[in-house]
Write a new protein. Structure first.
Length: 122
């Protein structure tokens, strides 16, 4: 995972590098949407362990339970979801600190995340 992207600033321009197909592909997974929901509410970096804990708690509210739930979420984040969002230049992962921060490009996902929020949290 790369940490070469610039974290989110107060920019208000929409990045057009992501096509609608790419946006929908990124948002089709529940965990990726929850990662983005969580990060859009924060202005600071989020610890990977705190992010995994939040996902486990959210999934348990939705009656998703499994053995080694936390470990499975951490593995899924590290090997699947974070790399996908890094490749799309949506977030930055700082290896040494194990923190995640949104990039400015994430603003292009905002309208779609807002639509999905109704289904994700109800």
């Amino acid at each position: 995972m790369s940490d070469t992207q610039t974290p989110r600033s107060n920019a208000s321009t929409i990045d057009s590098r992501l096509t609608p197909t790419e946006i929908f592909d990124l948002l089709r997974d529940d965990r990726r949407r929850y990662i983005l929901h969580t990060l859009t509410k924060r202005t600071d970096a989020v610890d990977l362990n705190a992010l995994a804990t939040a996902i486990v708690q959210w999934e348990q509210k939705m009656d998703i339970r499994m053995d080694n739930h936390y470990e499975r979420v951490v593995t899924d984040l590290a090997h699947h979801h974070l790399p996908r969002l890094l490749d799309a230049e949506i977030l930055v992962y700082q290896h040494e600190q194990e923190t995640v921060t949104l990039c400015d490009t994430a603003i292009s996902l905002t309208p779609y995340l807002e639509l999905a929020a109704n289904a994700d949290f109800n």
